[in-house]
Ligand binder design. Sequence first.
Ligand SMILES: [Zn+2]
Length: 246
Amino acid sequence: MMNITIPYVKVKFDEFNRLIFSGRLPEIQVQLSNAKTFLGQCVCKKRLAADGRPEYYDFKLKINTRITLSDQELEDTIIHEMIHYYIALNRLEDVSSHGPVFIRLMNEINRNFHRHISVSFRGTQAQREEAVDTRSRYHVVAVVLFADGSSGIKVLPRILPKILNYHRGILKDKRVSQVQFYMSNHPFFNRFPCSSALKVHLLKQSDFIDYLCDAQKIEDILPVLCSSSKITGRYSFSSIRSSFNV
Ligand SMILES: [Zn+2]
């Protein structure tokens, strides 16, 4: 589906409202988005109602136009957001955004209307590539090697004290055997958050090493500068996002 437009989304909303929700969903404001991380979103404001329970208002349906979806994927995304809309409007309590209430409604709709709605959309390789920022920008990439053979990376700002802090903080963990720093402008690294947080994105070396082949290694000036140790930060691991939120 190329060239998604607001009128098109509204037509689909009306169609599924009649077909699936008996026409009970009020008209909703539709926005298109170029975001990299979600396919659809149903956003709203929250206030306390007279009965003391939260109520939701000012709903907006956001649909992603960055990632090329098939007609079916786009329709399933719209219906997915309509389930969120239905749950919030009716103040159905669920334990999380895709909790048992959501799943029950989703499964019912999939069964009755032959849809393929899911709670996370992994996408094809091509769709994941569309989510990537392809601008060429220089980053400092820390490659963290662990004693057990695993590895990871962290994209850092190009600010020496922040690089030093990261180096010092990460080496405090006995599981870390080595940290190397590179300057790279490969767009592959754009997908990782650039910050000085003490984090490591776990990644097999074979999954990133090719992107560093023409990177410039930042030589070992760092250990010399890192003798003082004021840093006591803890760091955390995360796996890279490989699916889109819906
Ligand atoms: Zn959702």
